[in-house]
Design a protein. Structure first.
Length: 267
């Protein structure tokens, strides 16, 4: 291809990435690097401003050129932790425009295989978090924290908004510095960037509930069938730091409740 090779600098958003796609086609340029912040490059630097109209135009073209499945592949592929994901998506889009929907069924194509595996990893991680998220009651607001590899909040949003439609809750993603905010009512949610997020100290009632949950977790365990390797297979260790039932095991036990705790559950 005789297009000029450039380094695209954009704001790191999905709309910004689609704006890069638009500008590259208009200017007949081939991106060899995508940078979400200021950088030095051996290639000519093209700084792309996010244009919502251009982004929507490119997004609609995906469904027309290679179908709804291809459009979803691009959308979810951008949420993955795949290294150089923008370059892989650019190659997929270029081929999709040329070959059409048949591209998605070509599993021997390295670009398709790479994106499919990355999207599977994203969806699998989001599915695990639907069961591993632990919320705490902070003055009437449910607050939870996660530390995922992928940007799973857009996939978790339908699950938790549907599960707690009448609750105020916040789910914070430590890895990517963003949080899902929800208020009671249809459509009252937003995923926004946050800085210096802190849950604050739990109250006495919350500490009592945590103690009760840990007691329940240890009570239902069958000592004769203790198998740490099997547990780590179904519940990887990287999730444990955010789960209430493992806090004591990791040496981060919460302070005792000032009022008498609930009676322990007897075996």
């Amino acid at each position: 291809m005789s297009w000029t090779q450039v380094c695209c600098q954009y704001d790191g958003s999905f709309a910004g990435f689609l704006s890069c796609i638009f500008d590259c086609y208009v200017n007949r340029e081939e991106p060899v690097e995508f940078r979400p912040d200021f950088c030095c490059s051996l290639y000519p630097l093209r700084s792309v401003e996010t244009d919502e109209a251009h982004a929507k135009r490119v997004y609609r073209s995906f469904a027309l050129k290679f179908g709804k499945a291809g459009q979803e592949m691009v959308t979810r592929g951008f949420l993955t932790c795949l290294p150089d994901k923008e370059l892989w998506l650019w190659r997929f889009i270029r081929q999709g425009y040329h070959r059409g929907p048949v591209l998605l069924h070509d599993l021997t194509e390295p670009t398709v295989d790479k994106l499919r595996k990355a999207v599977w990893h994203l969806e699998h991680e989001a599915h695990q978090y639907t069961g591993f998220v632990r919320f705490s009651d902070m003055d009437g607001v449910l607050v939870g924290e996660i530390q995922p590899k992928n940007r799973v909040l857009p996939l978790l949003r339908p699950h938790f908004c549907g599960r707690y439609p009448q609750e105020n809750f916040v789910l914070h993603d430590r890895t990517h510095g963003e949080a899902l905010f929800h208020q009671p009512g249809a459509g009252n949610w937003a995923i926004l960037p946050v800085e210096d997020f802190s849950m604050g100290p739990p109250g006495a009632a919350e500490l009592a509930y945590r103690q009760l949950w840990r007691a329940f977790y240890h009570t239902i365990a069958i000592e004769g069938r203790y198998n740490p390797r099997c547990r780590m297979t179904h519940m990887p260790k990287r999730y444990w730091a955010m789960m209430t039932e493992f806090q004591e095991e990791w040496g981060t036990a919460l302070p005792e409740v000032s009022s008498p705790p609930p009676p322990p559950i007897q075996r």
